[in-house]
Write a protein that binds this ligand. Structure first.
Ligand code: NAI
Length: 404
């Protein structure tokens, strides 16, 4: 029997995941994209011209053009969800709940939901939306997307600009009944994405909620760059990672140390919970981008010399006089706060760990977003329900957070 794989989403990541999976033998690929007319557009383009994933060559290597076998794309969950063994969420975090709600009536017991990437609190949202159904499914979540990817022609071709060396994940649940044969769940997913990145799946699923780097790197970079901005538009967007300074590195390190401290505290309280994936930011960045970092002396040089970060600048919006102002509604805040830093801060509150640096970044970020999550030292602001913090789901104890 083929493994039946459902990919959720209709953007860059969904194109790559579907295309790669559809080059493998013994795999039936289906895509669910519920947004606008994407399913029709994708189906039409694929019917006319087929579907290709182009892996861009590096250092003079030629591009590799992979042709996918035909697959079904639909906007109707009842057409594509029934019978699927593995469901991959390849959409931004704000889309997760819509897909979970859409597929809930059709999910096969024992099936595996994979979030690629998850963003903090994915497992809380699964539990909240699926309720009793969540007990019969397994969840695997990852810290980041395996690829840097960009659509070339909608529904027909997508380019993979870079591939990470390793990505980190964790699995909750027991999905052996669905993967009884030669490949277990992780091996099946590895087979679908190919040899790289290596899918390093271990530890408690909360480890990925805490590890997800966008949660603290993006808001802290925004804070470090713009908290003391004089409000005057600028003529050019500042460099993002290639513009780090001693001060922004210090801010990032302080915030990251609080996340590490939180993971350590949870492991002290629950020695059987493995959150050891949450390690220092420097070793983490080195591991993921090993081949791209030219100067591995320290965290700052690792950012400044990472070729994968070339050309990346802060998100900006144009002003009337033809200049640029920082875009505070960009996903670095609009997604990485509610599906990132607020989640971590909410966990810290329940565990009883103080996070003064996280609080500083969060208070500034929420003000820029016009939202209230942290208020008087608690995750109790009026926009908490828009976040994936434990507080948004009424969780008050560590055991609830740990899904125990
Ligand atoms: P994308 O920007 O291509 O996703 C857009 C897709 O999301 C749309 O095609 C649509 O299917 C869906 N969507 C958009 N608005 C929606 C709405 N209002 N309701 C429901 N669905 C809607 O995202 P991409 O590039 O595929 O990234 C997926 C995730 O991977 C994101 O979290 C992103 O931050 C992350 N990521 C992406 C990288 C890349 O190179 N593309 C690199 C690293 C991480």
């Amino acid at each position: 029997n083929p493994v039946r794989v459902l990919i959720c989403g209709g953007g860059n990541a969904a194109h790559v995941m579907a295309g790669l999976a559809a080059t493998r033998q013994g795999v039936e690929v289906r895509v669910l994209t519920i947004f606008a007319d994407e399913a029709d557009k994708w189906t039409e383009a694929m019917k006319l011209r087929g579907f290709n994933v182009i892996i861009k060559g590096h250092r003079g290597q030629p591009d590799i053009d992979l042709q996918a076998n035909p697959f079904t794309v639909s906007k109707y969950p009842e057409e594509v969800v029934p019978g699927c063994d593995l469901v991959v969420f390849a959409v931004p975090a704000y889309g997760h709940a819509q897909y979970l709600n859409a597929m809930k009536p059709f999910l096969k017991p024992g099936s595996l939901l994979v979030a690629l990437p998850g963003s903090s609190g994915f497992e809380f949202e699964v539990n909240d939306v699926l309720k009793d159904v969540a007990k019969s499914i397994s969840v695997m979540t990852f810290d980041t997307l395996p690829w840097a990817a960009r659509l070339k022609e909608y529904g027909h071709s997508v380019e993979v600009l870079g591939i990470k060396k390793v990505i980190h994940g964790a699995l909750h649940g027991n999905c052996e009944t669905v993967f009884p044969h030669d490949r277990n769940a992780v091996e099946t997913l590895q087979y679908l994405v190919g040899e790289v990145p290596v899918l390093d799946v271990s530890g408690h699923i909360l480890g990925i909620t805490l590890l997800s780097p966008n949660a603290y790197v993006h808001p802290t970079m925004m804070y470090a760059e713009w908290a003391n901005w004089d409000g005057q538009p600028v003529s050019r967007a500042p460099l993002l990672y290639h513009g780090v300074t001693d001060s922004s590195i210090k801010e990032m390190t302080q915030v990251h140390e609080e996340v590490e401290g939180l993971a350590k505290r949870i492991m002290e309280l629950r020695p059987n919970v493995d959150l050891s994936k949450v390690k220092g930011l420097f070793p983490y960045i080195l591991e993921i981008y090993e081949d791209h970092i030219l100067d591995k002396s320290n965290l700052k040089t690792a950012f400044l010399s990472n070729t994968a970060y070339e050309g990346l600048r802060f998100p900006m919006v144009a002003t009337e006089d033809g200049k640029l102002s920082p875009d505070f509604n960009n996903r670095y805040l609009s997604e990485d706060i509610p599906y990132g830093l607020v989640v971590i801060r909410g966990i810290a509150e329940i565990v009883g760990v103080d996070t003064p640096h996280i609080d500083k970044v969060l208070l500034w970020s929420q003000e820029k977003l016009g939202k209230e999550f942290l208020i008087d030292g608690h995750i109790a602001g009026k926009h908490v329900p828009e976040s994936r913090s434990p507080q948004a789901y009424g969780m008050t104890t560590l055991d609830e957070i740990l899904w125990m």
